[in-house]
Design a protein around this ligand. Structure first.
Ligand SMILES: [Zn+2]
Length: 126
């Protein structure tokens, strides 16, 4: 199976949000539940100005690929500014968070080595 997705491919998909993550919204691009893909999954998320993905961890490793703006990455207590073009590797169960203190939307793709996003259980560390 090979397919191509881009942001226009998913324009009809509603943004997902959660009360736990104010100012954060996301869509799914590669997911077993959508196209029957397997082994890896991918989505796109935006952190709006002032928004934050609060401190959390999960069992699967994760990669972020930053496409827009900049944000503060919390690496288990250590802060680092990340920006467009950066790639972030997060090992399993490492606590992490994102905060957008800028006036520009921060956008990134995330990748999980799971068939579907639904398999990733989020544990809050707030
Ligand atoms: Zn994560």
């Amino acid at each position: 199976m090979i397919f191509v997705k881009n942001f226009n491919s998913i324009s009809s998909q509603e943004w997902k949000t959660s009360e736990k993550y104010p100012g954060v919204r996301w869509k799914f691009l590669v997911d077993a539940d959508i196209d029957g893909s397997k082994g890896i999954s991918c989505g796109f998320a935006e952190v709006l100005p002032g928004g934050k993905l609060t401190l959390h961890h999960h069992a699967p490793d994760e990669i972020y690929v930053v496409t827009n703006g900049s944000a503060t990455l919390n690496k288990d207590g250590e802060l680092e500014e990340i920006k467009k073009g950066d790639v972030v590797y997060i090992s399993n169960n490492a606590k992490h968070a994102l905060k957008n203190n800028t006036s520009e939307t921060f956008g990134f793709y995330w990748l999980f080595p799971t068939d579907r996003f639904k398999e990733v259980e989020y544990f809050s560390d707030e």
